[in-house]
Design a protein around this ligand. Structure first.
Ligand SMILES: C[S@@+](CC[C@H](N)C(=O)[O-])C[C@H]1O[C@@H](n2cnc3c(N)ncnc32)[C@H](O)[C@@H]1O
Length: 308
């Protein structure tokens, strides 16, 4: 259902590191929607190495270490440090959210062979652990079912000839998580708050959105290479979350903005937005994504060069 009231909205894109969001005041954001780089997924190794030299050093040591026990120590340390870095952002998210504000974090687990062993890195549980330490309340999460890829055998691609013989095959990860957290108690509104009422969803929307499994197909590859490189989420994901957890005129923050999907959807739904993105190379992609909207976007570039 289309919302009826139109509000003039403001949008800011900050090219900078969201581990410190000094441009955003305490308790000024109503909803956070984001998808960070996923720890232990190969495509994000470089960015984590650039973000923290301890991660870089541990990867370099892991590559040359011959002792299996030491290698295991490095694997564990790298994984922990990656989450420690993400937690700096979750701490900032907590600071800037209003009381009763919601944070939706899209993250996938990772499978990988390291130190001679194929294993799962349960990123979703690490994020829950860190967010609870920060003070968030964990709410029921969504499983976003991705189109099925081929099952894996010994972690090495599709099932081969012996793929029907138990017990050495693994379950394929074909769901990602949309973790949902709240800061403090329920958000408070005046009775009959006009904006809240104008932001109502329909019964059909409620019935299909407030379920645990979402079958949303992947991103429309309009700018194929870049959207794939940055792992953009489809607009349907922020669309549902914004309608479910914010009202017209609210401010939505994405601390890992990527190609600007959250900004674009916030514009279309009459919410203000703030986005942080560390890669300066994405400015033009973000501008292109929001071009058709009659909204002004302030772009603040704090980083002159960050390549990964
Ligand atoms: C999974 S992508 C986000 C994709 C986005 N949801 C979209 O639809 O395009 C994660 C993004 O976070 C950015 N990033 C990683 N670390 C960051 C940091 N510390 N501060 C700001 N952005 C960061 C990466 O450059 C990358 O573009």
């Amino acid at each position: 259902m289309e919302e009826k009231i139109r509000a003039k909205t403001d949008h800011r894109v900050i090219i900078g590191d969201s581990r410190r969001m000094e441009e955003v005041e305490d308790k000024s954001v109503h909803l956070v929607i984001t998808s960070p780089p996923y720890p232990m997924i190969k495509m994000w190794d470089e960015i984590f190495r650039k973000l923290d030299e301890r991660i870089d050093r541990s990867w370099s040591r892991l590559e040359v270490e011959t002792d299996a026990k030491m290698r295991e120590k490095y694997v564990k340390r790298i994984y922990e440090l990656m989450h420690e870095n993400l937690a700096k952002v979750w701490r900032e998210v907590y600071r800037v959210l209003v009381d009763g504000g919601i944070a939706c974090i899209n993250i996938g687990d990772a499978t990988r062979s390291l130190n001679g062993q194929f294993r799962l890195f349960a990123n979703h549980s690490k994020v829950i652990e860190y967010c609870e330490k920060i003070g968030f309340t964990t709410l029921p999460y969504i499983l976003w079912k991705k189109p099925t890829t081929k099952p894996k055998y010994k972690g090495k691609g599709a099932f081969l000839g012996s793929g029907f013989l138990p017990p050495n095959a693994y379950v394929t990860l074909d769901c990602e998580f949309i973790l949902i957290f709240r800061k403090g108690g329920l958000r408070k509104f005046k009775p009959k708050d006009e904006m809240r009422h104008a932001s109502k969803y329909t019964k059909e929307e409620r019935d299909s959105w407030f379920t645990q499994v979402w079958d949303v197909v992947g991103v429309k590859q309009s700018i194929p290479d870049i959207e794939r490189r940055v792992a953009a989420f489809p607009e349907e994901i922020p669309y549902r979350l914004i309608r479910m957890f914010s009202v017209i005129g609210d401010t939505v923050l994405d601390p890992f903005l990527g190609t600007g999907t959250t900004t674009k959807v916030a514009m279309s739904l009459n919410r203000n937005s703030i986005g942080y993105e560390i890669d300066e190379g994405l400015i033009e992609v973000i501008k292109e994504k929001v071009r058709s909207f009659d909204c002004s976007v302030e772009i603040i570039n704090k980083i002159k060069k960050f390549e990964y």
